[in-house]
Design a protein around this ligand. Structure first.
Ligand SMILES: Nc1nc2c(c(=O)[nH]1)N[C@H]1C(S)=C(S)[C@@H](COP(=O)(O)O)O[C@H]1N2
Ligand SMILES: [Mo]
Length: 325
């Protein structure tokens, strides 16, 4: 893969690697200490946002995540090289080129960061990212992830089940779906200055899908905080669905009665549905979904129903998955 050097050199190349890494660690631990003091209370209520911005003006991407537990949901398949996972990305807010986001998201600011919880909930909340990260113990979950374009990866993600946050959101009985919205900030996200998609990026899940233990609220990969190009500081990973369902850099989680209109469905309804379960038997109108190429490998392999996550099959019993693609 080619890495474009569009706007200068990575800071890791100017500063000796060790100094750079230590600085990153320092910034990350400064942020975490602050959050620890704020258990149960939104971080912002205790610390003025400008203080956070000063202490941690750059993203804590690559900060090590301590004490990750192993997850029984992990695959034992070979992990995709870190380099491939972090330089071959779909993140249209930055670029439609796979090698674009790594470079263009380099200075993306992920602190301060809040997530709005609203819609059909008892009480609307603004949660600070550092408080969300402490809601439950983080695990390492090695998941297969397949893009609708036909490539796939195996990644040790870090996070906890999305259900942990959904439970705390206290949604009303009427709520049937959960909608996720990505940050809208064209100043920082050059891709949003172009109308390739309708911004901000929106995704959605049915409530039972969101509550399934496999649905991951994700903060990291390979034992480190998410690199910006992979959706820092908070994304979801839904391993049985095509990659586009796994929204990145989330700022809003809204509970609704109506099925959300996800961005790709709005853009091309005949090609991308709401469910988007990985399904080798339902072709994309312009290409087959029977096979996939794992990044870093040459030969294609067969794509499995639900990407091999058969545990979710019962969520769709009685549904025609050719119609509900
Ligand atoms: N906000 C946002 N989320 C997004 C996308 C995007 O363009 N914007 N691309 C999706 C697609 S198509 C894929 S395959 C995965 C890719 O995640 P990765 O770059 O970490 O592999 O992110 C998904 N989430
Ligand atoms: Mo994708």
């Amino acid at each position: 893969m080619l890495i474009k050097k569009a706007d200068g050199i990575a800071s890791s190349e100017i500063t000796p690697k060790e100094t750079y890494l230590n600085r990153r660690k320092f910034l990350a631990s400064a942020a975490l200490t602050g959050a620890a003091a704020a258990t149960g209370v939104a971080f912002r209520e205790l610390v003025h946002p400008s203080t956070i911005a000063q202490a941690n003006a750059t993203a804590p991407a690559n900060a090590k995540i301590e004490g990750l537990k192993k997850s029984p949901f992990s695959t034992t398949e070979k992990e995709t090289p870190y380099k491939d996972v972090t330089t071959y990305n779909n993140f249209y807010e930055f670029s439609t080129d796979k090698d674009g986001p790594a470079e263009l998201a380099k200075n993306f600011k992920t602190r301060p960061w809040t997530v709005t919880i609203d819609g059909l909930v008892k009480k609307k909340q603004e949660l600070d990212i550092d408080a969300i990260m402490k809601m439950a113990a983080q695990e390492e979950r090695i998941y297969r992830h397949r893009c609708v374009e036909g490539w796939s990866i195996v990644v040790p993600w870090a996070g906890f089940s999305l259900s942990e946050l959904v439970k705390r959101a206290e949604s009303l009985g009427k709520a049937k779906f959960v909608e996720f919205t990505t940050l809208y900030d064209p100043k920082q996200m050059p891709g949003q200055r172009v109308n390739v998609l309708k911004w901000p990026y929106v995704e959605g899940l049915r409530m039972d899908e969101a509550m399934h233990p496999l649905a991951l609220l994700c903060f990291g990969l390979y034992g480190e905080a998410l690199p910006n190009q992979d959706g820092a500081p908070i994304r979801i990973v839904i391993p049985w669905k095509y990659g586009f369902k796994s929204a990145k850099s989330i700022v809003r989680i809204r509970f609704t009665e109506e099925q959300p209109v996800n961005t790709w469905q709005a853009s091309a309804p005949s090609e991308y549905g709401f469910y988007s379960n990985v399904n080798p038997n339902v072709d994309h109108p312009r290409w087959s979904q029977a096979k996939e190429r794992r990044l870093g490998e040459f030969f294609k392999r067969a794509t499995l129903m639900f990407n091999g996550y058969d545990q979710v099959a019962s969520l769709y019993s009685g549904m025609d998955l050719k119609k509900n693609f």
